[in-house]
Design a protein around this ligand. Structure first.
Ligand code: FES
Length: 99
């Protein structure tokens, strides 16, 4: 696979971590913000999606479960991925782009 498109796009990572996105399992680059991880999964749609990438549009909002079992929301362009992260809901924009 040609990985040249990835150069400079991602923060340095040595491996992938497993997360859950609305009950589907995905492997994404460690040490990266969630929106980059989504771009890793669906490069074509997320790269061209309606995202400001700097915390202003809120089109990248996700809802996730904390270790204490609470549901919290965050902006995927601001939040770093954690191994085992459980995302329970996506913004309409992300839902569409990650289909
Ligand atoms: S992409 Fe606009 S707030 Fe995250």
């Amino acid at each position: 696979m040609d990985n040249t498109w990835r150069e400079g796009l991602f923060e340095k990572f040595d491996g992938l971590v497993q997360i859950s996105i609305c009950e589907a399992t995905a492997e994404v680059p460690e040490n990266n913000k969630l929106l980059r991880c989504f771009q890793f999964i669906r490069a074509e749609t997320v790269s061209l999606g309606d995202y400001c990438w700097n915390g202003e549009c809120a089109n990248c909002r996700v809802w996730y479960k904390t270790d204490a079992g609470e549901t919290k929301s965050a902006l995927a362009c601001r939040m770093y991925v954690e191994p085992g992260l459980v995302i329970t809901r996506l913004s309409d924009c992300l839902k569409c782009d990650l289909q």
